[in-house]
Design a protein around this ligand. Sequence first.
Ligand SMILES: Cc1cc2nc3c(=O)[nH]c(=O)nc-3n(C[C@H](O)[C@H](O)[C@H](O)COP(=O)(O)OP(=O)(O)OC[C@H]3O[C@@H](n4cnc5c(N)ncnc54)[C@H](O)[C@@H]3O)c2cc1C
Length: 413
Amino acid sequence: MAANGRTNGDYDVCVMGGGPAGTAAATFLQRAGHRCVALEQSTFPRYHIGESLIPHTFGPLERLGLLPKLRESHFPEKFSVRFVSPDGKESNPFYFSEIIPGEMSRTWQVERSEFDQLCLDNARENGVDICSGVAVDEVLFENGRAVGVRTRADENKPREIRAKVVIDATGATTLIGKQLDLREHVPGLNKSAIWSYYRGGHRLEGIDGGETTVFMIADRGWFWYIPLPDDIVSVGIVASPDYLFDEQEEFEPVFLREVERCQPLAQRLTKAERTQPVRGIRRLAYRNRQIAGDGWVMVGDAAAFLDPIYSSGLFLALASAELAAKCVDEALKSGDISAARLGSFAGELTKGIGVIRQLIGAFYDPTFSFRGFLEQFPDQRAALIDCLVGNVLEQDMSSFQAALASMTPPPAW
Ligand SMILES: Cc1cc2nc3c(=O)[nH]c(=O)nc-3n(C[C@H](O)[C@H](O)[C@H](O)COP(=O)(O)OP(=O)(O)OC[C@H]3O[C@@H](n4cnc5c(N)ncnc54)[C@H](O)[C@@H]3O)c2cc1C
């Protein structure tokens, strides 16, 4: 078998998916003394969307030991975010250093093929067995408890790998969510995304050169503009499917039409050439009714994905992996791998994602503005900024949430 010759039943933990969430969970658990295997269907490096980090990713990256590699990488450093209105009016850049001291006040714009490879190599260096090109077909259950997985390798021969705990880190595939019929739409949140890459897009000077620029469009939709290495920029639109696909269904003509319509963005691309095909996702948001069960947990996008507006995906992938790994470690050491024990991180994670859900609702509410919110609740400025940099876990955000709810109805969560 592929995993260092180990035989079935050898693993404490089997992680499905070798993306950032899966490799982080496996790294933390392997370090805690558990034998881990990570099964990844593709062969790295592989393409992935989701390039902009937020400052609070610093903590998990530091504990994973990845900071030295990021510091010496060629990824553009991101110090700020700026918003541009549909008529081209630019906000002042929001510099993270205004509220976060020291090194955490900058983060990175990452090319995911490289970033995910760093995470995967790091897991391997920490002793995780990495099996690439191995897709999981299903999780095996005995008496309602997950006991392992059935995989399909390149040669297409099914094989069983048994483990005490199975971690679903399959991203939007949501393998357990689909197998157990736990996946559902997020009420009131229905957005699509379409994106591509350009070489030679206009770059701002100095420390603004790595900023994320958000170009607002009509219909409360928006474009991201994310500088990447080698003079490449990632450009993508998020908006309601009713708006995007009103005239045509195909991603490319809709994307090119929208770039042309958004003149402040189009001007940055006048000398640029497109380097990749146009890709898209018709329905972004989903969640699962349950994120842990007997013998299994979900981490990262396998648990839920809402919307890219706050660039919280990779932070939540790594943070959820760390929270879950702590519970899995304690559960394995206690010999109790029940849903209650394994899932004791779920409340905190769901609460944090709930705060982000509420902020996403506010962003897309045409009657709401953050400027108006801060005029009415100046004492909530620090809490708002905490949310924007990812400081939403292990915090009581109830007074912030109540203030927000008084100006925009809180969405069902
Ligand atoms: C349009 C868009 C824009 C985004 N922008 C940002 C952004 O700017 N910043 C940000 O932080 N986040 C962003 N995100 C979110 C970010 O991409 C994700 O949150 C992040 O990739 C989650 O990591 P993960 O490890 O949970 O899942 P993934 O990175 O998706 O990794 C899952 C892995 O599991 C593997 N896999 C799947 N099925 C199987 C199987 N059956 N067997 C074995 N392996 C399997 C896949 O090949 C993959 O490698 C964006 C997302 C979208 C859709």
